[in-house]
Design a protein around this ligand. Structure first.
Ligand code: ADP
Length: 362
């Protein structure tokens, strides 16, 4: 091979190397001993908008939540003086307006002709999607485990609760006949507490999808009325007025677990109005014959940034909340091919709307 050809090859190889580095999906930055940037590829430019010095360019890169400050100047100088390398597995980078999660590896470049390290190389990998996927997987696994556990516990509790409730009802009948006011009141309280337990158990069962509720066709207002009646004790104890506005001739629907959905929406509305207020429940038919059930309260409303999160399992702003209610409601409504939405009312309070396709449409 002639000398000229060899030189050409080397030149091409250098050009090829540059092209490869430029097109790499990982950011590559080469810097000298004074931390001045010598070369940065396209991905690095996209992620950290390199300026003159690498430590300054990395100033916006922090540990997640910004709790731990990384002293980039000290870290990089240490690598250069020791001829060593270091990894940062989880670094938040402000890229444009969004924060990306990255993995950063820095290493000193091995000296060839001299004894001193000529500079360093920094690789920056965008791992946002990978990290999100891992988070989702971890969440799904956690939910699956909780679901299994919940299902076991709930099944174990179901029978004894049922038995206790039956005996309380029997005793209540005797107490009623004998007109014993105090025991009647105490039994009422026991019943209330027990109903709460039954509710939690059924929520857990629902969450773990252990229940296949009966599915007979019922007038939708009947299910809403049953739910209001179930919450009667709360209505009486609170200073809340319930108004109904049911359009004529609304549709029949498979009862399934809708009762539970409406109970939960009413309970939440009450929780949002600890000092009293009004709850307006309306039912009307949409153009496509779907039943639209709306719960409009005059309570505290919710911060707009919570609008999606409130439907996530375990999201709660209450001291004793489980955060399961709305997640289960959403799950049930979606099994009817319907949907549920929430918004704040302009005049205050919130509006929860359940949209249920008519039985004919299903
Ligand atoms: P929990 O009631 O156990 O907190 P939910 O899933 O039923 O669980 O509700 C989640 C969160 O949604 C509540 O903690 C509350 O912050 C918010 N929320 C639900 N309903 C209302 C409402 N009617 N008004 C204001 N916020 C509400």
């Amino acid at each position: 091979m002639s000398t000229q050809l060899r030189v050409m090859d080397e030149l091409n190889f250098e050009a090829l190397g540059r092209t490869v580095i430029q097109t790499l999906p990982i950011g590559v930055v080469v810097f000298d001993r004074s931390l001045r940037i010598v070369e940065a590829n396209a991905k690095a430019t996209e992620l950290i908008e390199p300026g003159q010095h690498i430590d300054q360019s990395l100033a916006k890169c922090t540990s997640p939540t910004g709790k731990l400050k990384i002293d980039w100047t000290a870290q990089l100088q240490k690598i250069l003086s020791e001829g060593s390398s270091c990894n940062f597995d989880c670094v938040d980078v402000m890229s444009g307006k969004e924060t990306r999660q990255t993995r950063i590896v820095c290493a000193a470049i091995k000296p060839t002709h001299t004894q001193t390290v000529p500079g360093g190389i920094l690789l920056i990998e965008d791992i946002t999607e990978k990290a999100n996927l891992q988070k989702e997987l971890a969440g799904a696994e956690r939910l699956a485990t909780i679901g299994k556990l919940a299902s076991k516990v709930a099944h174990e509790l179901n029978d004894p609760l049922d038995g206790i409730l039956r005996y309380i009802n029997l005793t209540a009948r005797i107490v009623e006949q004998k007109q014993l006011d105090k025991p009647k009141e105490y039994l009422g309280r026991c019943r209330e507490g027990l109903m709460r337990m039954v509710q939690i158990v059924s929520e857990l069962l629902e969450f773990s999808r252990g229940i296949h509720a009966s599915a007979k066709y019922v007038e939708i207002e009947q299910i809403v009325e049953d739910a209001i009646r179930a919450m009667e004790a709360k209505v009486e104890a609170s200073n809340i007025q319930v108004f109904r506005n049911y359009a004529q001739g609304t549709t029949k629907i498979k009862s399934g677990n809708l009762f539970q959905v409406f109970c939960n929406l009413i309970k939440n509305a009450f929780d949002a109005m600890p000092d009293g207020g009004q709850l307006r429940i309306s039912i009307h038919l949409a153009a496509d014959n779907a039943a639209v059930v709306e719960f409009r309260d005059t309570g505290c409303g919710f911060p707009p940034e919570h609008a999606e999160a409130i439907f996530e399992p375990f999201f709660t702003t209450k001291d004793k909340g489980s955060g399961l209610g709305l997640a289960i409601c959403k799950d049930i409504v979606e099994r009817y091919s319907g949907h549920i939405s929430a918004k704040n009312a302009p005049e205050g309070g919130s509006i929860f709307t359940v949209y249920l396709p008519s039985a004919d449409n299903l």
